[in-house]
Design a binder for this molecule. Sequence first.
Ligand code: SF4
Ligand code: ZN
Length: 469
Amino acid sequence: MASSFKDICPVDVGPVYEGERIRGKDMQLEFGGPNVKYKFELVQVRDAKEIEDGKVSVVGPDIKDLQQGGSYPLGILVEVAGAQVEKDLEGVLERRIHEFTNYIEGVMHLNQRYDIWIRVSQSSFKKGLNSLKYVGNVLARLYKAEFPIIEKIQVTYITDPEKVKEMYEKALKIYEARDARARGLRDEDVEEFYGCVLCQSFAPTHVCIITPNRVSLCGSINWFDARAAARVDPKGPNFKVEKGELLDPVVGEYSGANAAAKEKSLGEVTRVYLYSMFGHPHTSCGCFEAIAFYIPEVDGVGIVDRNYQGPAVNGLPFSTMANQTGGGKQVEGFLGIAIEYMRSPKFLQADGGWNRVVWMPSYVKERVLDAIPENLRDKIATEKDVSSTAELKEFLKAKGHPVVEHWKAVEAPAAAEATAEGEAEMTVPELAIPVEGVPAIGGGIQLIFKNVKIRADKLIIKRVEKSKK
Ligand code: SF4
Ligand code: ZN
């Protein structure tokens, strides 16, 4: 493969470079990333007559014009046309920018959409990779090779800060429109789900199960996108997943999703809960937009996104938790998610959903505010309210967050003073309950309460020694 790019790019190109990491000290420069606000990548389907096939342009300063070691804004616009190229394909085509850019020796691409981060290594720069045009040439060729339905393609890199900013606003609206489309649909309404294994090059056992209520964790492929991709490119990374039997509607376990995960992870993952971060949570690769993490001190869930600087409320920064979460594993209590998943009516449904969320960065809260139930909005803390789990505990108590009720429920029986409602099941190996007029009973008995209501001012359980009988 490498040789076929010699005419259009001064460095090697091939999947072998995909996992390459470029550290800060080795980079010539970077585009996007945490130091840059305005950055995006966008694929748009156009009319054939609007596109000059193979044209690659750079609007603003190019790699060679920019200072070594700097971080710069960047917008990537890939425009495609073809009789069979539908608008629905934009999302999945866009996701491939990540893969194709990573094929280039000495170029690293991370994340997606409005969150991209691209580094060019000094060594590739020295070999002549001094223009984004080379990167665009490679992209155009790879797209056409991979998707024969693309008849025309043109790639534009925008580095002019003003223009990036202007286009960024437009791009956000386009992403929002794509996301909004899937919001009206429920998992129960569709005949089949879809999957994606594009990230297996980094996380070999990772399989995304994409449903209307569970957008992929990278946030860039929803159910419609995956469906469109599976149709035009059945041998590609997106595939249909038969729903099979709904084994558990609360945790979101489907026999078909289990089977697909098992097959595509080569037996590594056999069960997947779509709506829970416990038990058998969905695997996480590395490109999740945010992490949902369990906070045992308050029995709640925190959310931290990729752009959050500094330690989260549990004292761990995003990067540390990302290492723990990612790599294609199922890690109970740590789950990679898309920001959009927080808008899902099935968001962590089995774990209590929003009732369990106790902390998140203020700007993320702002962004999803309309999805947070109104009665919880002031009860979820941010970095502006608390900076440790001890402070968080006080905050939740003061605000009357629903998890506080849960603490009481857990603490009360330990103190043997309880008011229990609903169904309770209790197993006591050695128990004696002296009741007036009834002799005390002893030995291995079991009491099972079902659908009972117990109200008592005080409940005293005393062990009666056998010798006293
Ligand atoms: Fe595909 Fe999932 Fe990776 Fe997104 S995170 S590219 S949906 S495998
Ligand atoms: Zn990934």
